[in-house]
Design a protein around this ligand. Structure first.
Ligand SMILES: NC(=O)c1ccc[n+]([C@@H]2O[C@H](COP(=O)([O-])OP(=O)(O)OC[C@H]3O[C@@H](n4cnc5c(N)ncnc54)[C@H](O)[C@@H]3O)[C@@H](O)[C@H]2O)c1
Ligand SMILES: [Zn+2]
Ligand SMILES: [Zn+2]
Length: 394
């Protein structure tokens, strides 16, 4: 089959690789009909996530048709499914608490050792996201093996377009959990750093969960315009002092909740960001937490901090004093995708959540290398790229 493989920083290639097959009784094999490129994939593309190996197949946002099932899969041949990016067994201690991205059984033992060294405990397996998370082949491919297919995938009713439901695989549940993690109370103001796909779904979700006001921060006009479309007030961090603007917009109090939907590759124009760039490029830190620092400093006393943005390792100049002294509540994590899938699918089918607004580009899988470059370098006009294995280049 054809698949997108990783070869190093800014080097991804569509190659012919072996077809996947059933390995365990609960597996299924999916013929991919749509797969998207995520902001998280850019962290791999930029080589920030350790333990990638040349030839690894990328992609964790995908859906398709069931073409092969193991004897213990509950899926049926021919069914259309969206697959969560987190690989979870459904029956361990953490899955029992619906904390699927903490699953104990989704990540093969030889890789858990590295996870334990880095994080104290290992996290669940993830599709196409390094050998720290299981080394699973991803879904930016014609076919993909789905472990625990009786737990993760959600079956899509006939007649519903891929574009409407594809983002159930990651960014919609991620934006939703980011807002859920703010424990929004009536009258709350929520500030969202980053108007990429995750930030934009966090904006939509915060309103649906009862926020009175949402303030969205980014510097791309196209992305800020989309946030505005959902009712957010916006701040362009290139032309406006974010801290001052947030104070003014909230009567000097600060937002009740702050969401960091930027993650470890934050951009910024201030001294701390330049410092981060130097530390990271000289291997003295791994992540650039500029947006996170700003969110902590801006949040109101006793407020809530939600971090869907991905961090991989260690940061410097982290304002732990402000976090503690102001009494902020922090919630974060890879998304427990499986937890909210049925409710979010219903919200899409009922027309309460719109996902199709996000897609700016649809391209053949064969053009995936070009698509990564585009998503990385032209965010001023690209919001989300969907790759179609079956599509013929124009
Ligand atoms: N927790 C999870 O399970 C999960 C799932 C999916 C994605 N993510 C993470 O969420 C983050 C966002 O993903 P995405 O797909 O929306 O990525 P993206 O790269 O498309 O968007 C990031 C946005 O942040 C903006 N930005 C950069 N620096 C900023 C700053 N200082 N202030 C405000 N905005 C700033 C960029 O301009 C960009 O629009 C990434 O870190 C991604 O890895 C986490
Ligand atoms: Zn993703
Ligand atoms: Zn589990």
């Amino acid at each position: 089959m054809r698949a997108l493989t990783w070869h190093g920083k800014h080097d991804v290639r569509v190659e012919t690789v072996d077809d996947p097959g059933i390995v365990n009784p609960r597996d299924a094999v999916i013929k991919v009909t749509s797969t998207a490129i995520c902001g998280s994939d850019l962290h791999l593309y930029d080589n920030y996530i350790p333990s990638m190996m040349k030839g690894d197949i990328l992609g964790h946002e995908f859906m398709g048709e069931v073409v092969e099932i193991g004897p213990k899969s509950t899926l049926k041949l021919g069914e259309r499914v969206v697959v969560p990016f987190t690989i979870a067994c459904g029956s361990c201690y953490h899955c029992g608490k619906q904390q699927f991205s903490a699953c104990d059984n989704g990540n093969p033992a030889e890789n858990q050792d590295a996870g334990e060294k880095l994080y104290g405990q290992t996290m669940s397996g993830l599709f196409g996201y390094s050998h720290l998370t299981g080394g699973y082949a991803g879904g930016q491919a014609e076919y993909v093996r789905v472990p625990f297919s009786d737990v993760g995938p959600i079956v899509i009713p006939d007649g519903v377009d891929d574009d409407k439901v594809l983002f159930l695989s990651d960014i919609l549940p991620t934006g939703w959990m980011a807002a859920e993690n703010c424990d929004i109370a009536p009258g709350d103001t929520v500030a969202v750093w980053g108007c990429g796909p995750v930030g934009l779904f966090a904006v939509q979700s915060a309103f649906l969960l009862g926020a009175e006001r949402v303030i969205a921060i980014d510097h791309f006009d196209n992305r800020l315009a989309l946030a505005k479309r959902f009712g957010a007030e916006t701040i362009n961090y290139k032309t406006t002092d974010v801290a001052m603007a947030l104070r003014e917009l909230t009567g000097g109090v600060g937002p009740d909740a702050c969401i960091d939907a930027v993650g470890l590759e934050a951009h910024g124009l201030t001294a701390d960001n330049v410092y981060d760039q130097i530390k990271v490029s000289s291997f003295m830190a791994t992540d650039r937490p500029h947006a996170l620092r700003q969110a902590i400093m801006a949040c109101r006393k006793g407020g809530k901090l939600s971090i869907p943005g991905v961090y991989g390792g260690f940061v410097d100049k982290f304002p732990i004093g402000a976090l503690m002294e102001k009494g902020l509540q922090v919630k974060t994590g890879q998304t427990h995708v499986q937890r909210n899938l049925p409710a979010l699918l219903t919200a899409i089918l009922d027309g309460k959540i719109d996902t199709t607004f996000l897609i700016s580009h649809r391209m053949p899988l064969e053009a995936a290398a070009e698509a990564y470059k585009l998503f990385k370098e032209e965010q001023d006009r690209v919001t989300k790229v969907v790759l179609k294995p079956g599509m013929v280049a124009a």
